[in-house]
Design a protein around this ligand. Structure first.
Ligand code: EPU
Length: 348
């Protein structure tokens, strides 16, 4: 546990934004975490101590240097804690890389997370925003989690209900924002797979791969192929996955929009509302009439050419340049469709 001063956090955020933190440290136990938090208590009454907990840094856009202590969670372990006829319960340290955990499950024959292959970030961040892809969300395999209460200095257990999961949402983004540090997550995985392959292009991809009998490996590989064809690899082009959420509108608003814009893409939700594909909306707008944001680049900030929902850093973009681009995108979508997009990525 070493405290580093004035350190660039470019290697620790998938957008690759070069900002500096006053102080930086990693922790791999709850004791180390509590010691570091204690250290960062206010020295004077007028300075609020700032602490930022980073997992994989894959859902954050830094627009400024961080005036405080950045703590990187490196609590790592994977432990089978119990099993019953249908399930295996696996407790995982928050600092484990998400995709490595998925691969581990596939090797062990534990089912449930294969559709969530190749999502960047760490296990500890997965419940924060209830990560989801290809018809599966984290909440479908979630059992419980443990988190350190920063103020009360104690561990708290959260069940599925406690987390109040929604679309890219949980209590940790709302009423408990900045109050807890997730230290481990327990998953309830299936002994017998229930394959979810009806979503999007999974079936087509499996066919293309020549897959005859379904397996966890095959489904995972199909998802990896689809994701890699659309989403930029953060190791090559900085990004944080979808920058915006897909907005939900009423069915009557959807009917009006559909008559004006026949190509509009929407999915009916069980609550009677419609979820719009924000990527489509963004693709239809641009910096000027008749142009599209998709593939747009200004300096090193851009909108990905294969998926308009993803903003990218081609190298040396400032966080503020990407933020300003997102603002322009929000405005043009609002003007053309009357729909307000919401950012999915956290802004710091
Ligand atoms: N579309 C366009 N143009 C674009 C992008 C999308 O027209 O540039 C339209 C197409 O009709 C396409 C549809 O939107 O068929 C849906 O696109 P896609 O399958 O790529 O999914 P998405 O709704 O844009 C969501 C998640 C992704 C997740 C995929 C697959 C959100 C905010 N994003 O994207 O999650 O991988 O579904 O399940 O819900 C992430 O959260 O970082 C992320 C990548």
């Amino acid at each position: 546990m070493e405290l580093q001063k004035n350190i660039s956090i470019k290697p620790y955020n998938s957008f690759g934004i070069n900002v500096y933190a006053n102080l930086f440290a990693t922790f791999n136990s709850i004791d180390e975490l509590s010691e570091l938090l204690e250290f960062n208590q206010p020295q004077t009454t007028n300075r609020k101590p700032q602490t930022l907990i980073l997992g994989g840094g894959s859902n954050i856009l830094f627009t400024n240097n961080f005036d405080g202590l950045v703590l990187k969670n490196e609590i790592k372990f994977i432990k089978e804690i119990k099993e019953d006829e249908h399930h295996i319960y696996v407790q995982v340290g928050a600092g484990e890389n998400w995709h490595q955990f998925v691969l581990h499950c596939i090797k062990k024959g534990w089912a449930g997370v294969e559709n969530l292959s190749l999502i960047p970030g760490n296990v500890g961040a997965s419940p924060m925003q209830n990560i989801g892809a290809y018809g599966v969300e984290l909440k479908d395999v979630f059992y419980s989690l443990e988190a350190w209460h920063i103020h009360d200095k104690k561990m708290v257990n959260f069940t599925l209900n406690d987390c109040e999961f929604g679309y890219r949402d949980s209590v940790f983004k709302r009423k408990y924002k900045d109050q807890f540090v997730i230290t481990d997550v327990t998953f309830r995985l299936n002994r017998i797979p229930e394959y979810h392959i009806s979503y999007g292009a999974i079936g087509q991809e499996l066919e293309k791969m020549g897959v005859k009998g379904l397996s966890l490996q095959a489904v995972s590989q199909a998802i990896i192929n689809i994701r890699s064809s659309k989403l930029p690899d953060p190791a090559k082009i900085g990004n944080a996955g979808s920058f915006f959420k897909n907005p939900e509108i009423s069915s009557s608003q959807f009917a009006v929009l559909s008559s004006q814009f026949p190509g509009i893409v929407g999915y009916n939700l069980p609550n009677g509302h419609v979820k719009l594909a924000a990527g489509w909306l963004i693709e239809q707008c641009g910096p000027e009439n008749g142009t599209s944001w998709k593939g747009f680049r200004r300096g090193d900030a851009g909108c990905h050419d294969k998926q308009a929902l993803v903003l990218v850093n081609y190298g040396n973009a400032l966080g503020s340049e990407i933020y300003n681009l997102s603002e322009e995108i929000l405005q043009t979508v609002k003007e053309k469709f009357g729909v307000s997009l919401e950012r999915e990525v956290n802004i710091s």
